[in-house]
Design a protein around this ligand. Structure first.
Ligand SMILES: NC(=O)c1ccc[n+]([C@@H]2O[C@H](COP(=O)([O-])OP(=O)(O)OC[C@H]3O[C@@H](n4cnc5c(N)ncnc54)[C@H](O)[C@@H]3O)[C@@H](O)[C@H]2O)c1
Length: 386
């Protein structure tokens, strides 16, 4: 268990040395979390970023500003050969996941993988099997459950206080792709992002809390949309934009033995939405609703003669205490740091009853759903998920 606020933690605290492969958007976000690790209070493990690999020299230059980084390389095998790296975070395009994740595992390192954990179900299963065979500690990045509102929603759903669950809705919504002049990038091309498109890009975020509650869909009817077929290639021409942009999955999940409607939305073209992650769980006794659109607002109702949504303002109620005042609002960098704290606490065996990072089994379970969703859309049928 983690030490309490007053308990003395042993000094010196063990140091975990981290290497990053892929120093783009997410690689740099991770570096920022380690850069202020000291903000975590009484946390039993120190974390230090020691090595970074990216193909782009300009990004490696950016990491020169991080004082603890001792190795900068364009070859991920050089990073994996370093004795100064214990844990590797890999944040590269999806077509590279399998090759690089397997290299990490075979180099004897533990892994925080990025979603979707392989470009497709077969790749995800191979990574899962190798991690198991080698006995490495592997988790998958999904930070939104570490928001105080998401934590409260999970805890209430887990407690049984909601009564019989009537229905569940969860989603992750973006809108910047509505702009047809937005240039192409790898996330909009099947070759690099995968056939599952937006489900691979946003789906783990939507599925994590529900899978952790044990609410895996047993059937799905999927509606998938491709909206713009091409985009500017950034060089004066156009390039194919061939991934699914929007996905709505109408599922049934057995919850406490009852077939229960579960609707999952993953959309790059949801007008007015900017990184909106939400979950809504309605029960016969109580219900919860939380969305990053109102990041500190937590909605609940109770079954009375009339039901009324009640609104609670949340403060900095993150799972791991930091120096930040309890009334302040957390944001994306905070929850990313919380996710890393959960990863390193679980790796050290001190997570206790806190919410943990997504597991390889959960990532494979999400891939099983996305694979059947592709088939369901193609056949326009409700299909069973194994
Ligand atoms: N957890 C989240 O909230 C979240 C958000 C965005 C993306 N992601 C995931 O993170 C991963 C990366 O996405 P991103 O948005 O950071 O992408 P990005 O394009 O910003 O960064 C990817 C980086 O990988 C580098 N790269 C490519 N091939 C490489 C190789 N062989 N060796 C080393 N580096 C290589 C690229 O140069 C680039 O800098 C994806 O799996 C994506 O789904 C997660």
């Amino acid at each position: 268990m983690l030490p309490s606020a007053s308990e003395k933690i042993p000094t010196p605290r063990p140091l975990v040395r981290i290497g990053i492969i892929g120093g783009g958007l997410m690689g740099r976000e991770a570096a920022s979390a380690f850069g202020r690790w000291f903000a975590l209070e009484n946390f039993p493990v120190r974390a230090e970023l020691t090595a970074v690999c990216d193909l782009q020299p300009a990004l490696l230059e950016w990491f020169r500003e991080v004082p603890s980084v001792r190795l900068l390389t364009q070859d991920h095998r050089a990073l994996l050969a370093s004795s100064e790296v214990d844990v590797v975070y890999v944040a590269v395009p999806h077509h590279l996941h399998e090759r690089i994740y397997l290299d990490v595992l075979r180099a004897g390192k533990d892994l925080l993988a990025e979603k979707p954990f392989g470009i497709d179900l077969a790749a995800a299963r191979r990574i899962q099997a190798e991690a198991k065979r080698l006995g490495r500690f592997v988790r998958v990045s999904s930070e939104f459950p570490f928001l105080p509102g998401a934590q409260r929603a999970f805890q209430l759903a887990h407690s049984g206080e909601l009564g019989r669950i009537l229905e569940v809705k969860a989603g992750f919504l973006h809108s910047s792709d509505l702009d047809p002049a937005k240039p192409i990038n790898w996330k909009r091309q099947t070759e690099f992002c995968g056939q599952i498109g937006v489900m691979g890009d946003l789906g783990m975020h939507v599925a994590h809390v529900l899978l952790r509650l044990g609410w895996k869909p047993s059937s799905v009817y999927a509606q998938l949309q491709k909206i713009y077929g091409t985009r500017p290639d950034g060089k004066g021409g156009t390039a194919p934009c061939d991934t699914w942009d929007n996905a709505t999955l109408h599922c049934v999940a057995p919850i406490a033995g009852h077939p229960t409607p579960v609707t999952l939305e993953m959309k790059r073209m949801a007008p007015t939405e900017t990184n909106t992650w939400y979950v809504e769980i309605l029960g016969t006794d109580r219900g919860v609703r939380y969305s990053t659109k109102e990041p500190k607002t937590f909605w609940t109702y109770r079954r009375l003669k009339e039901q009324t949504w009640e609104k609670t303002d949340l403060g900095f109620g993150t799972p791991f205490r930091t120096i930040t005042g309890g009334i302040f609002e957390p944001g994306f960098p905070d929850i990313l740091m919380q996710m890393w704290a959960a990863f390193l606490a679980e790796r050290a065996g001190v997570l206790g009853d806190r919410f943990g990072c997504a597991t390889p089994d959960e990532a494979v379970a999400s891939h099983e759903l996305w694979a059947v969703a592709l088939d369901s859309h193609a056949r326009q049928q409700v299909l069973s998920v194994s």
